[in-house]
Design a protein around this ligand. Structure first.
Ligand code: NAD
Ligand code: MLT
Length: 312
């Protein structure tokens, strides 16, 4: 009997795909401590996670029968890929199931920032009626820099064009032809951000992208820029961003992902009226969760049946 261990919440439809595999048992156990995970993984043949479970070298070493780790989402930065490779364990993800959800969340964040929606809502609920305090800015005619023009960055660009924004894209793999076909301008990182009224990041978190927007770069931006991060915590230096918000170099920020999650209660980002924070909700739509759960479950079943599959 093959054991498939699921340690983060994934959509029921995905679990049903796993359960339909003959000769396999599915064990859904979320919220495990490290020692519970080490025990549960010992005899598992497949592990399915979202972003809460950190799959460390220790976890992979404890898994005597593990053949595949499935990530119900895009980022595999919570999995020790080097250790997985060393132990011959495959890592697969669901690369496009949550693209639209993340692009729409990014846009919701950008509009909410431009029109002060969360803070105006809080103010009204507190009993006030402050129409003058919450004058916003329009997106039309503004310049948006998109750092990372992959699946999500591209969908954000398409939406920004419809809103009448000038879009500049930075991505080492963005060609002039593709930029032209999207109606955007390709630029270097520093040129893209220097021009921007809004900046949104859509790269993975890697050694190269870690603190890509740091204290020095924040000083090169247009005063009053607004910044969105719905990709990964750590691409923007959070503490440098707080400093830039204090000096009003940055007029507002909307952040869905953090250097350490959950965001600690006393984190300085929590103290600004012009900062919108959501708890890693980019992929949290009914549709996206079904898509990623089904995609990853189907791949896991293929791997366990020794059939062809898509690699992460
Ligand atoms: P993708 O692989 O399609 O695109 C990433 C792009 O980043 C690629 O085009 C790549 O060339 C580019 N890139 C890599 N290194 C770069 C660098 N140093 N400078 C500039 N560009 C660089 O991925 P995607 O599906 O668009 O996802 C983007 C990010 O969003 C990932 O970090 C993913 O984990 C994250 N994400 C977050 C949520 C959420 O819940 N908030 C949901 C989905 C995805
Ligand atoms: C992802 O990388 O797909 C996202 O972080 C989505 C998630 O798992 O919440």
């Amino acid at each position: 009997m093959l054991k498939i261990l699921v340690t983060d919440d994934i959509a029921k439809t995905g679990v049903e795909v796993l359960e339909s595999m003959p000769g396999a048992t599915v064990d859904v156990r979320t919220g495990l401590s490290e020692s519970e995970l080490l025990e549960a993984i010992a005899d598992a043949h497949a592990l399915v996670v979202r972003s809460q479970t950190t799959v460390t070298d220790k976890v992979i070493q404890a898994a005597r029968n593990l053949r595949v780790i499935g990530r119900a989402g895009v980022g595999v930065d919570n999995i020790d890929l080097e250790s997985a490779t060393r132990h011959g364990v495959l890592v697969i993800n669901a690369p496009d199931g949550n693209t639209i959800a993340a692009a729409e969340h990014t846009f919701a964040m950008m509009i909410s920032l431009a029109r002060h929606i969360p803070v105006a809502n809080r103010d009204l609920l507190a009993g006030n009626w402050n129409r003058k305090r919450f004058v916003g800015v329009e997106l039309r005619g503004k310049t948006l820099a998109i750092l990372g023009m992959g699946r999500i960055g591209t969908e954000v660009a398409k939406r920004a064009k419809v809103f009448g924004m000038n879009v500049i894209g930075y991505d080492p793999f963005l060609t002039e032809e593709r930029a032209l076909s999207l109606g955007i301008v390709k630029a270097s990182l520093d040129d893209a951000i220097a021009e921007a009224d809004f900046i949104t990041v859509h790269t993975p978190l890697t050694k190269e992208t870690h603190h890509m927007i740091d204290a020095a770069r924040l000083q090169t931006l247009k005063r009053g820029v607004r910044i969105v991060n719905c990709a990964r915590g750590g691409i923007i230096d959070e503490l440098a961003l707080c400093d830039a918000l204090r000096t009003e170099q940055v007029a507002g920020a909307a952040i869905d992902v953090f250097e350490s999650e959950p965001l600690r209660e006393d984190h300085p980002l929590r103290s600004f009226d012009n900062v919108i924070l959501t708890p890693h909700l980019g992929a949290s739509t009914v549709e996206a969760q079904e898509n990623v759960a089904i995609q990853v479950a189907e791949q896991i079943v293929r791997v366990l049946k020794d059939e062809p599959f898509d690699h992460a």
